[in-house]
Design a protein around this ligand. Structure first.
Ligand code: UDP
Length: 253
């Protein structure tokens, strides 16, 4: 059997050429990294959970009319997605202060923001993904004004959807990061939500206890990351409601 072609290997995912032109297979690894890959570990089961969770969020967003790259989940660790030209920006939406914003502006973590705040970082690992303004984005031609209008409304729609879905299961969506890509259809170009939506790229706090259920568990050594992600998946009904702690043979579909 011919070996499939690897297109790109990132910190948490591998991209392979898909079965048809314009498609890509996204493989979710168990690798966890933080602080621009200074801290690394393999968290058994993380890839399987993120594959399922990203499928769940992307499918739900598709159902409310948000265009995404997601086509279908292929197996435990892989999903088929549309190939896009990634816009080199990390689009961050914040509802509560945390992480780099708390540090930068001296706002206590957990403070509710007056309204959702959208930030843009330039995707460049060597530079540590620096915060940029729309001036930089326009001047360097990373995205047009029309793209930026579309990205802003896309980001806010994703925020409303995810905030509601999380609230329904007792989880506060503190902040999250998305990536947006372009697809060309004839003479037209459209933007799609790309990459992944998972607890790797969100901050999720239990509403009652404040317990962190996201990658901060790994970043800040707060416990077992796979347990936190399993809890998110269980609450959302993404995992079967059986006791997943008991390891027994299961049929994979
Ligand atoms: N984030 C991400 N990838 C990055 C940077 C940030 O997924 O390369 C997510 C992060 O998980 C959090 C949000 O974006 O949900 C805001 O992150 P922040 O700027 O506070 O940076 P951090 O504190 O993670 O360094």
């Amino acid at each position: 059997m011919a070996r499939r072609k690897k297109i790109y290997e990132g910190k948490a995912k591998i991209l392979y050429e898909g079965p048809e032109p314009g498609t890509i297979v996204q493989y979710f690894k168990d690798d966890a990294t933080a602080f621009n890959a200074e801290k690394k570990a393999v968290i058994e089961g993380k890839g399987v959970l993120n594959n399922r969770l990203s499928e769940f969020f992307m499918t739900g967003l598709g159902q409310i009319g948000v265009p995404t790259h997601f086509i279908k989940r292929l197996n435990m660790r892989e999903q088929l997605v549309r190939s896009v030209e990634i816009i080199p920006l990390e689009v961050i939406v914040r509802n509560y202060a945390a992480g780099s914003m708390s540090k930068r502006l001296g706002i206590e973590e957990g403070t509710q923001l007056p309204r959702p705040i959208v930030e843009y970082c330039y995707k460049d690992d060597a530079l540590g993904d620096p915060l940029v303004t729309e001036e930089h984005i326009a001047a360097f031609g990373w995205a047009s004004q029309q793209d930026m209008d579309d990205i802003l409304s896309l980001a806010l729609r994703v925020n409303d959807f995810l905030s509601g879905v999380m609230l329904a299961v007792g989880i506060r969506l503190v902040d999250f990061k998305i990536e947006v890509g372009r697809v060309y259809e004839g003479d037209f170009m459209r933007l799609l939500l790309a990459d992944e939506i998972s607890p790797d790229s969100c901050r999720l706090w239990d509403i009652e206890t404040g317990q962190k259920l996201d990658k901060d568990v790994f970043r800040r050594d707060l416990g077992n990351l796979a347990d936190a992600y399993t809890e998110v998946a269980r609450r959302l009904g993404v995992l079967p409601k059986t006791n997943t702690a008991v390891k027994k043979p299961t049929l994979i579909n």
